[in-house]
Design a protein around this ligand. Sequence first.
Ligand code: NAP
Ligand code: ZN
Length: 351
Amino acid sequence: MPTLVHGYAAHSFDADLVPWSFERRDLRPDDVEMDVLFCGVCHSDIHHVRNDWGGESYPIVPGHEIVGRVTRTGPDVSKYKVGDTVGVGCLVDSCQHCSSCKSLLEQYCENGSTLTYASKDRHDGTPTYGGYSSKIVVTENFVLGIPDGLDLAGAAPLLCAGITTYSPLRRWKAGPGKKVAVVGLGGLGHMALKLAKAMGADVTLFSRSKGKEDDARRLGADHIVISQSEAEMKAVAGNFDLIIDTVPYDHDLNPYIATLAPEGTIVLVGYLGPLSNSLNTAPMVFRGRSLGSSLIGGLAETQEMLDFCGEHGIVSDIELIKIQDVNEAYGRMLKSDVKYRFVIDLDSLKS
Ligand code: NAP
Ligand code: ZN
C-alpha cells in the first residue's frame, strides 16, 4: 500500500509553498524508506518553484539536501537497515548502463537522470517529490551513508552544496600551493570555502556584500575581495588557479577572468542561461585560461565527499527553521541574507 505523507508544495510559480499531502510508492525490492529528519534549502529550490528554467509541472515539493532515518527496506536491500542515518541528494535514479553511469557520473546520465523532485520516476512515470516532506522512498543505490559524529542538520546541505563544490575542487586539483577563489558567499560558496581550506589551498572570497568579511575568514577564506571595487579586483589580476563561481543569476564573467593566472580555470556552478555580457575571448586565449562547469557529482564521489567531511569534521553553518517559515527563508535568500544555509527541521511538520 502507498503511504500518505505530509509536506509543503508550490502549486504555481508565483504562490507561496503551502501544506500538501501526497502518496509515496509502496516499496520496490531495492527501495529504502526513510523519515526525513532535516532538509536543506538550496537556491535551486527557488529556481524550480519560480520556474526560472522553464518547463516545470506543479505541484512541486522541493528539497534535495535530505538527512533521514531508515524506517523500512525492500527485500533486496543490503547496504542499509532500519534505524540507519542516511542521506539523499539531487538524484534518486539513473539508467545505470550508459557510459556516464558506468563512469560513475550518474548526474550526466545519457538517458536522463531522475531528480529528487520535479522529475518523473523512470519505472512508473509518476512525479518525484522532494524532502520538504515527512518521508521519502529511494532506490538503495542512490542512498548515501552519513558518517558518524557529524551534526545531522548541518550535514544535510552536504548532499547538494557540499558535493557541488567538492567535485570541481577535486577535478581541478585544489590543494597545497593552489590559489582558489570562490564567487558568492551563500550556501554553495561557504561550503566551497570550507572544503578548499581543508584541501590545503590558499582561499579567497569574492563577494558583493560588505560585512561578510569576518564570517568569510572564520569559514576558511585567507583573503576577501569586494567584487564591486575596481581597485580590489585589479589588485588580484592574474592571481588564481581556480575560481568557483556560485552566483545564481546572470552576471559579467570578464572581470573574474582577468583575475585568473595563466592556464587558470573559472568553473561555473551557479547561473544557467545566456550571458548578457558577451565573453571576451582574447584575455582567455592569450593566457590559456579556461571556462569550465560542473553539475553536483556522482554517487561514489558524493560518498567520498561525505567521508572527507566526516574525517575533517566539516558541516554546513546553518539556520535551522520550521517548515512553516520556508517562504520567509526564500525571501531572505533572494536578498543574500542567509548564514549560510537554511535547514528545515521536519519535526515541525507535526506542529
Ligand atoms: P545562495 O545561498 O542564495 O547564495 C548565492 C550567493 O551568490 C549570494 O549569497 C551572493 O553572495 C551571491 N549573489 C546572489 N545574487 C547575486 C547577483 N545577482 N549577482 C552577484 N552575486 C550574487 O545560493 P546557493 O544555494 O549557494 O546556489 C547558488 C547557485 O548554484 C544557484 O543558482 C543554484 O541553482 C546553483 N546550484 C548549482 C548546482 C550544480 O550542480 N551546478 C547545485 C546546486 C545549486 P555575496 O552576497 O557574497 O555576493
Ligand atoms: Zn541544490
